[in-house]
Write a protein that binds this ligand. Structure first.
Ligand code: SAM
Length: 262
């Protein structure tokens, strides 16, 4: 019997279930009432199991599956933008990262994965109902992955918790802001950026981008990049050939990256 605490099970249509394999009969969202430990723990990676009418395949607890199967409340940052943010900010082991707000923890999982087994990840969030979801997603990740950074969560707005933030580190290699009011947040924490460190602002609308831009400049940061990423999926056409799939061409957010150079 598998001793893992969590399992990822994927439906044929692609829907992902991240299940805690507890030894008790309980309701598992999307799968019904079952003893997850008894029914699902014996299933090995790559094997299938029938749960109700659903054929599920067990896969490893990797970031793409955990992200697809995450709990959601606040709007999340997905792979397209998270990949850009983690790479443009150069996030890697040993870094100190400040993130606000945690929301559903979508971006937090990418940050934690990029940090690997070392580094400091500080998250800030004023709304407890959002933090609850974000922290639960991080708990799954921490209990499933080999190694995890040192994570600290602070309740409150980023503007009012600067003192608590500095208790974990006096300086940060990267700061990521996904919140409605960038200007006051930038003014509150820009001084915490280490020399060479970068800040990323996730701005769903253009007015936020403009305010973030001006606030970064007024704090002595140099704008390195601003814009938006467009993603167009391709698929196999029914009559042969590969072409862009039909469907909406969505917008997520405008992104801004600024650096402290002096
Ligand atoms: C869109 S959500 C973040 C989603 C998150 N990036 C994710 O991928 O799941 C924005 C969050 O910022 C929080 N927020 C709003 N104002 C804030 C502030 N001044 N400081 C910190 N967090 C704030 C909100 O409560 C909300 O949960």
């Amino acid at each position: 019997m598998n001793q893992e605490q969590w399992g990822v099970f994927v439906e044929e249509a692609g829907k992902v279930h991240v299940v805690e394999l507890l030894p008790e009969v309980r309701k598992v969202k999307g799968l019904g009432v079952l003893d997850a430990h008894k029914l699902l723990s014996p299933i090995n990676i790559g094997e299938q199991v029938l749960v109700g009418q659903k054929v599920l395949t067990r896969l490893p607890m990797r970031l793409p599956e955990m992200s697809k199967g995450m709990l959601r409340r606040a709007q999340t940052i997905s792979a397209k933008d998270a990949g850009f943010i983690t790479s443009r900010l150069g996030i890697g082991s040993g870094d100190r990262i400040l993130e606000a707000g945690i929301g559903s923890g979508g971006l937090s999982m990418y940050i934690a994965r990029s940090l690997g087994t070392s580094g400091i990840h500080v998250t800030v969030e004023p709304r407890s109902e959002h933090a609850e979801v974000g922290l639960e997603n991080l708990r799954r990740a921490k209990e499933s992955w080999v190694g995890f950074p040192s994570h600290h969560h602070i309740e409150g707005t980023i503007e009012e918790t600067v003192e608590q933030i500095t208790e974990h580190s006096e300086a940060y290699e990267a700061i990521i802001l996904d919140l409605p009011e960038h200007q006051t947040a930038i003014e509150a924490v820009a001084h915490l950026l280490s020399l060479g460190g970068r800040i990323a602002c996730y701005c769903p609308v253009t007015s936020q981008l403009e305010h973030a831009w001006k606030a970064c400049e007024s704090q002595g940061l140099e704008i390195e990049w601003a814009g938006e990423l467009m993603e167009r999926e391709w698929g196999m056409a029914s009559k042969g050939g590969v072409r862009p799939v039909n469907g909406p061409f969505g917008h997520t957010a405008f992104l801004l990256v600024a650096q402290r150079k002096a």
